[in-house]
Design a protein around this ligand. Sequence first.
Ligand code: GDD
Ligand code: MN
Length: 360
Amino acid sequence: MKNSKLHLSIIIPTYNEVANIHPLLERIHIALKSYPYDVLIVDDNSPDGTAAEVGRLAADFPVTVVVRTDKRGLASAVVDGFSLAQGQLLAVMDADLQHPPEVMADLLTACQNGADLTIASRYIPGGSVGNWSAFRRFISSGAGWLAHLLLPQTRSVKDPMSGCFLFRREILQGTSLSPVGYKILLEILCLSNTQQIKEVPYRFENRRAGQTKLSLLTQGDYLRHLFSLMRRSGEHKRIIIFIAVGASGSIVNLSILALLTENGLLPYLASGAVAFETAVIWNFILNDRFTFKGRVTTGSNYIGRLARFNLVSLGGLVIYLGILGLLTETTGFHYIISAAIGIIAAFGWNFLSNSWWTWR
Ligand code: GDD
Ligand code: MN
């Protein structure tokens, strides 16, 4: 594939970006030199005349505009763009020049060197978020961290929330992207057929003109998007299997506790310790075999994973006992209610830290 010049279509969603279109097209044109490309603007009927401006500039630049009249938002604009665009390479970027068009050339180079998905990244050396406030940095890195935690397919990518990326069209074959979330890259990372991903650094610039359309309210949508992607990428099945394994482990635990105690082999607390550890090993074997089957486990062997699983389980026990005691003593909750809350918390801890650490 090297050096062959596959046609590139750059999809740019717009809403009220009239003042940005000309400099945007000009800088893209300079950045890509003589590379075969076109720009597809997907506009949601901007009242400021963005589409008409694109129409005027079509004489000077390889650009077309699609105007949608029932405004359906950024994500669906991008998904529509994917199906309308002609290129064998597809790219997405914003219209407001927060993604410097020059980075397109770097993405293209990385793709020509073998990557099938290349991402403009703020979070690798050489990249930066520019002059964001500490608060916005915090929100952004929290959101990225959450994606890494819940969606293992995003873990190899430092900036899974990037709105600027380029990929070979083939990777979308057989995937159906949902226009629900506005982070289209997350959809691609979790659902597409990607072999080699490469990130390229860039500095997230200030908006050139106009104002942002995405508010903090979209953070709620973001959470829903993460959960939806867990479901659609099959990640939720792991949780279900993990619960089933845990339930079977509880039976093992209680049986051994009763067996050792009733036969007078050990005092009940010592039996409890033996029963707990046996159940931990039981759970580990099943989780390794079924729940996290197929998870890449670089650098960890079976015994190493067992040790990690053990530590996580002990942590879960501490969380359970802590919540049980604390809630019962301080809030006056019935101890069964406290225990139920403790079980849920320990379960969450166990699943997430095993997914994150034991079977990383
Ligand atoms: N068609 C269409 N419809 N386009 C829209 C809509 C819409 O409803 N809302 C926003 N856009 C376009 C804007 O015109 C702009 O080109 C682009 O989508 C991004 O919108 P901004 O309002 O500038 O968003 P932002 O700067 O807060 O966030 C962007 O940058 C982040 C960091 O790269 C988005 O691209 C995020 O997805 C990205 O993570
Ligand atoms: Mn922006």
